[in-house]
Design a protein around this ligand. Sequence first.
Ligand SMILES: [Zn+2]
Ligand SMILES: [Zn+2]
Length: 344
Amino acid sequence: MRAVTFQGPRHVSVEDRPAPEPHARDDAIVAIEASGICGSDLHIYHGRVSVEPGFTIGHEFVGTVLAAGEDVSRVSVGDRVLGCYHTACGTCFFCLRGAYHKCDHARTFGHGAALGSLPGTQADQALVPSANLTLRRVPAGMPSDVALFAGDVMGTGYHAVQESGVRPGDSVAVLGLGPVGLCAVQVALAAGAAPVIAVDEVPARLEMARSFGAIPVHLSEESPRATVKAHTEGRGVDVAIEAVGHPDALELAIRLTRKAGTVNAVGVYAERCEVHMGLVWIKALTLRTGHANVIGHVDRVLGMLATGVLDPRPLVTHHLPLEDAGEAYAIYDRREALKIVLTP
Ligand SMILES: [Zn+2]
Ligand SMILES: [Zn+2]
């Protein structure tokens, strides 16, 4: 079978790999129908997140179950399924408390030895461990361009909003309108947040946030602080979601948030970062961090996708064959795409 492999900074290849086989009783094999390229794949592509050369990458997928071990009970051979971006055991200290994203035995697809040596899903087929937790049936009639989002990007937008304790009528600022930020805008609006203020520098992304119902603010041509003040009687927003993963964005999120509000850093951090703790402390802010507990959210997210309350289809800007992965990554790296879907 063919698989997209990381070779070195800014270099991926499409290579032949042996087809995966189930080992454990709760393993499944999925024939991939569509696999997304994610912002975190770009961190690998840049070498910021290290993965061994030759390792298969990718972690967003929709496909059909080809084989399933005898303990796989929640999906069957022939089912159309979507996957979460990581696995969880279901029985460790953290899983028993519902924190599947912190499972002691979690493995993340396509992230090399550091995250469990689980080959990625930008391939013809993928091995899926802990299939009862990792896979869900795709609701009837749901296109892959929608289902792909449930197990990662929309789940992350959902996590950012839910973990911040957003209630109807809360004001929310979303910083960074990549796919996660745009999904967070949709979830915040669906949760009844008002207003939702969306900050970025790319006009097309601002326009998309506006079309979803947010108030767009250009980071450098306008003043996010002035806009936030104007819409919150000068207080600042109840919740700021930092969907960039950069110290400057975190600093702005801290400044835009009202006293006793919440800042959620859902963007990826892999290195030391200075936080103005004096500001966090004097404002009595709650700072939330970390990647998303998608296994904990996926069923609710699927419900909202199936009913059209959430609709990520405008985010899918490109469909490319798996063979063209090299070109796809280059396009994504040039920020010419929001979500690229690869099809084997
Ligand atoms: Zn991802
Ligand atoms: Zn666990």
